[in-house]
Design a protein around this ligand. Structure first.
Ligand SMILES: *Cc1c(COP(=O)(O)O)cnc(C)c1O
Length: 360
């Protein structure tokens, strides 16, 4: 068996050591005689798994005590509806910053429930950057202001935390949560689907300031009410137990490796190497403005897109897979989440050099 370097945007690579531990514990978790998948979500063993996972995530992200951590389902996409349903309260509208496809989906869902004001959009330049603070047209009366912290498809990232005054800031952090420290206290709510930088698909994490919950609209389905999940320790119904278990192992490993400051240092090194190659090698280019470049999702184009198919085929032969860019951007996209080792980026850079050499 040989593992490849998997640059998939999501579901994405998981740390090898975590997969090995999952394999080793698969048939018999800690002497229980069953796998985690087969145990009650209300039993003592799973209590331990869920409580440890939450405690470790709180430590990793330094989550203040007045924030709830919820382990939910439905992906980031369900949050597009849950956020307005729960956070609007008696307010009529919310502000949204449009920085790409996922922002647009969040906006169209929110528009079903409230008056959406677009505080800024970078669509006219095909989303090759995020707006600056000065460009944000924020409303004091907004229930919240929503951003997509990292734009998985377009490869842009907010490298500053927008200042929204007393209006709670909400961030879709699906593709950059845990890549670096975040000052959670600057946000009202942070959410992320697990399948990019946390663990298996099926788990969605919501970190929400406790004064923002308990005000869900009357029409809110029970399963969409944050308060219900908070009151039941995310076990109102059967949670995605296996995904929570694997995510917990990822948290534990990150803590052992020095936490998010250490993760950031590695992620910056990886991104620097890749962007330097894209800039330094004549065959490649980046569509993204330098100041907005994502540390996690790196789109790049070839000078002649007729070479794209060869690039992908030869890369795959070299054990570098899932590099095809999103159809909205074209070219390539290398997603280099926490679980992508630096050796994977090194291998990609070497391959890019070699590919250019053979085509010159
Ligand atoms: C992948 C992704 C989503 C969609 O996530 P699902 O869990 O599939 O609903 C939303 N936002 C961002 C930024 C993403 O990267």
């Amino acid at each position: 068996m040989s593992r490849v370097y998997n640059f998939s945007a999501g579901p994405a690579a998981l740390p090898l050591a975590v997969l090995e531990q999952v394999r080793d514990e698969m048939l018999d978790w800690h002497g229980c005689g069953t796998s985690v998948m087969e145990m009650s979500h209300r039993g003592k063993a799973f209590d331990e798994i869920a409580e440890q996972a939450e405690a470790d995530l709180r430590t990793l992200m330094a989550i203040p005590a007045n924030y709830k951590v919820l382990f939910l389902q439905g992906g980031a996409s369900a949050q597009f509806a849950m956020i307005p349903l729960n956070l609007l309260g008696d307010k009529a509208g919310a502000d949204y910053v449009n920085t790409g496809n996922w922002s647009k989906k969040a906006i169209s869902e929110a528009a079903r429930y409230c008056d959406v004001h677009i505080a800024a959009t970078t669509e006219p330049g095909n989303f090759t950057r995020v707006p600056s603070q000065a460009e944000l047209d924020l409303r004091e009366e907004a229930a919240y202001c929503h951003i997509t912290g990292n734009n998985t498809i377009f490869g842009t990232e907010f490298h500053y935390v927008p200042e929204t005054g007393s209006v709670p800031l909400v961030s879709d952090a699906s593709s950059h949560i845990l890549s670096r420290p975040m000052d959670v206290s600057r946000y009202g709510l942070i959410y992320a689907g697990a399948q990019k930088n946390i663990g298996p698909a099926g788990l969605t994490i919501v970190i929400v300031r406790d004064d923002l919950i308990g005000r869900a609209r009357e029409i809110t389905p029970t399963m969409f009410d944050y308060q219900v999940h908070a009151d039941n320790d995310s076990r109102y119904n059967t949670p995605p137990t296996f995904a929570i278990y694997v995510a917990g192992l990822v948290f534990k490993q990150l803590l052992e490796q020095g936490g998010l400051t250490a993760a950031e240092a590695v992620n910056r090194r990886k991104a620097d190497k890749l962007y330097s190659a894209i800039e330094g090698l004549a065959l490649y280019g980046s569509p993204v403005e330098v100041a907005s470049r994502s540390l996690m999702n790196v789109p790049f184009t070839l000078a002649d897109d007729a070479l794209d198919a060869d690039f992908l085929a030869e890369a795959a032969k070299a054990g570098l897979v899932s590099l095809k860019g999103h159809r909205k951007v074209g070219g390539m996209r290398a997603s280099i989440y926490n679980a992508m080792p630096e050796s994977g980026v090194d291998a990609l850079v070497s391959f890019m050099e070699e590919f250019q050499r053979t085509r010159a």
